[in-house]
Design a protein around this ligand. Structure first.
Ligand code: SF4
Length: 232
């Protein structure tokens, strides 16, 4: 049995964290070289992200018998290596792949950990924690068991590319001005303008050419405190 080290771009903005190595990874001591790796490559390609641009690692560094879930004592024994990798690589976006990795990352950053049944509802949703953005994604192996989920996974993985860019409307958006004037919490900028701008209601209305008030927040709620300035 091999302990499989993380690998990839040491200056990566994106770090993928899977659960544990598979059989092939265990034999060769490399990340994502088995069937799941092929699926991951396809998902990254469809998201416009190259494998060379990311750093990838596992929560548990050794293969688990019959792909079972890691036990708590195994997580406690092994997670110090992941903690150190996160500190060294210092990615802007941490993307846990699958439930176990997501639960560990959520707990590490003091976020409310989703239950297993809720996990699919947060796939591709962005969370803020310290200076990181957490983007939980389904593990690529999901597609080895059920190809029907392909479009869902592609949609979730596309968020990696979205979160890597800034919204094209940011330079002229009232939210930027409100933030610079100290009237808007920076979490809106990080979560939407420099995060998942595709999910911003303002962005969607802008794309459809629909008028919307300056004091509409990215989630579509109207903030009367921001009222009273010129409309966009
Ligand atoms: S508030 Fe929405 S439209 Fe404006 S810059 Fe941010 S993401 Fe883009």
């Amino acid at each position: 049995m091999n302990a499989v080290c993380g690998e990839g771009n040491l200056n990566a903005e994106i770090m993928l964290v899977a659960q544990a190595p598979g059989e092939k990874e265990d034999k060769e001591g490399r990340m994502f070289i088995g069937p799941s790796g092929k699926v991951l490559d396809e998902l990254l390609k469809s998201a416009g992200i190259s494998r060379q641009a990311v750093y990838m690692t596992n929560l548990i560094k050794c293969a688990l018998p019959k792909y079972r879930k890691p036990k708590q004592d195994e997580i406690e024994a092994c997670s110090c290596y992941l903690d150190e990798e996160i500190e060294l690589i210092d990615p802007r976006i941490l993307a846990p792949l699958g439930y176990c990795a997501a639960r560990y990352i959520f707990q590490k950053y003091g976020l409310l950990s989703p239950s297993k049944s809720e996990f699919s509802s947060i796939h591709g949703k962005l969370f803020l924690a310290d200076d990181k953005k957490i983007l939980p994604l389904p593990h690529p192996a999901v597609l080895l068991h059920n190809a029907d989920f392909e479009q869902d996974l592609k949609k979730s993985y596309r968020k990696l590319q979205v979160a890597s860019k800034v919204c094209k409307w940011h330079p002229v958006c009232p939210m930027k001005r409100f933030y610079e004037e100290g009237r808007l919490d920076g979490k809106w900028i990080e979560l939407y303008c420099k995060g998942d701008w595709e999910s911003c209601v303002r962005y969607q209305m802008e794309e459809r050419g629909e008028p919307h008030p300056d004091w509409m927040l990215p989630d579509g709620t109207l903030d009367e405190k921001l009222h009273g300035r010129k409309r966009r």
